[in-house]
Design a protein around this ligand. Structure first.
Ligand SMILES: [Zn+2]
Ligand SMILES: [Zn+2]
Length: 420
């Protein structure tokens, strides 16, 4: 797949014209050297990195920008960087007369740059340091504001630069995370099809198929990723970038983020609220994909109930505040606005179709085997989070989001039963 050709857009059979505003994607050896030509006449550059990502690619970036005025914001590499109001302020206040922002890093650094770029209308370029997630090419900035994980609409980078020499030397956990983020698409795509059937949500077979093809390609890379083989890591980064472009095509993260991402966001949010650790994004997504596969198997193994489960507003509010603390009112307000708790889904009339879609998902055992190819073991996940946190995630991760997924089917059918 030629990424630069994909960037030109597609006149699609789904009735939409899909476009993406990224101008350049370079995933190659020494890609960073292209920065000079891409920056063109821009004189004042704001570099944003943390100590670790600067150590990985900072020097190369600075030398590629020789002759420019460079200002730097470098976050501490010691603690996990949270993309919250404080971090936004730090980048924003360093902008001054910058013509261009260059973010060196992976998830959080890029989300921060994306957010500030959108707000200030100063363009940004990504220098990726790890093939760890698919957000490089997506037009949403995943921020944590007011204690909530909120995906803000944001602009796209002018360019994505992934120097294979840099990204293949990323911490091995980050390489596994990128693989895991792609495995999660099995679940995201399944949720998308499900919501198309149940809620009539927009669906594009072209985006679906092309995303699916990225999963299949990535599965063959496991061995090479573990060995940091340059071609395999390059192919992984390409898959992640293509999925990002497809999100732009879809106009939302729907093809790439469903119930498995909601579980991962739950672990991240509650980790931040409670001060407890959580796995890197793509690793959480990978493990969570096994959990959502189990939910689909559970639903398939039982008859559909004749009525859907509902609790009282009082019990709901109490449960939410126990789990989400200061973030609870925001979740409750969101669900009241969307009406997920009062929606009529027509499950029984659509039972055959729902069963057919759920059955398309690989089994939990199959997903576990795919994860084991890069040394990810579900036992680590169960030990790390414990059963209570996992059960809460299954029942209440959905409340963080407006998006319909299999987590809602499970809740609507079985309410308080979080068994998988
Ligand atoms: Zn389409
Ligand atoms: Zn992801």
């Amino acid at each position: 797949m030629d990424i630069n050709k994909l960037l030109k857009g597609v006149n699609c059979d789904c009735g939409r014209t899909h476009t993406c505003d990224i101008e350049y994607v370079y995933i190659e050896n020494n890609a960073i050297q292209r920065l000079g030509e891409i920056c063109g006449q821009d004189r004042n550059i704001l570099l944003v990195a943390d100590e670790n990502t600067f150590a990985a690619a900072g020097e190369k970036t600075v030398s590629a920008l020789a002759g420019k005025n460079i200002r730097k914001v470098i976050f501490s590499g010691g603690a996990i960087l949270v993309p919250n109001e404080t971090a936004i302020h730090e980048v924003r206040s360093a902008l001054s007369d910058a013509d261009l922002i260059v973010g060196i890093g992976s998830g959080v650094i890029q989300d921060l740059c994306k957010y500030v770029s959108f707000e200030s209308k100063i363009p940004y370029i990504i220098v990726a340091t790890a093939p760890s997630m698919d957000g490089y090419a997506s037009n949403g900035a995943a921020m944590i504001t007011g204690g909530m994980k909120v995906t803000y609409p944001a602009g796209l980078p002018v360019a994505i630069i992934a120097d294979t020499e840099v990204i293949r030397n990323a911490p091995i956990e980050m390489l596994k995370a990128g693989y895991g983020d792609i495995i999660g698409k099995f679940s995201a795509l399944n949720d998308w099809k499900l919501s198309h059937l149940i809620n009539g949500e927009y669906f594009c077979p072209y985006i679906y198929d092309l995303t699916y093809a990225q999963i299949q390609k990535t599965l063959s890379l496991a061995d090479g990723i573990l060995k940091r083989d340059e071609e395999s890591v390059k192919a992984l980064m390409e898959a992640l970038t293509i999925v990002g472009i497809l999100m732009s095509f879809a106009g939302s993260s729907r093809p790439a983020s469903g119930s498995e991402h909601h579980l991962s966001h739950f672990f991240e949010i509650t980790g931040i609220l409670d001060g407890t650790p959580y796995f890197p994004h793509g690793i959480d997504v990978a493990y969570s994909t096994v959990i959502t596969a189990k939910l689909r198997e559970k639903i398939l193994s039982r008859p559909f109930p004749s009525a859907i489960y509902r609790t009282t507003p009082e019990i709901y509010a109490k449960t939410m505040s126990a789990i989400y603390k200061s973030a609870a009112p925001g979740c409750i307000a969101l669900q009241n606005k969307i009406g997920n708790y009062t929606a009529e889904r027509g499950y029984l009339q659509k039972e055959d179709g729902i069963r057919a879609i759920l059955a398309e998902m690989p089994t939990a055992n199959e997903i576990e085997r795919m994860l084991s190819l890069v040394g990810l073991d579900m036992e680590d996940f169960y030990r790390f989070y414990g059963s209570e946190r996992i059960e809460n995630a299954i029942l209440y991760a959905k409340d963080l989001k407006d998006r319909y997924t299999v987590l809602w089917v499970n809740y609507d059918f079985y309410g308080g039963d979080s068994n998988v």
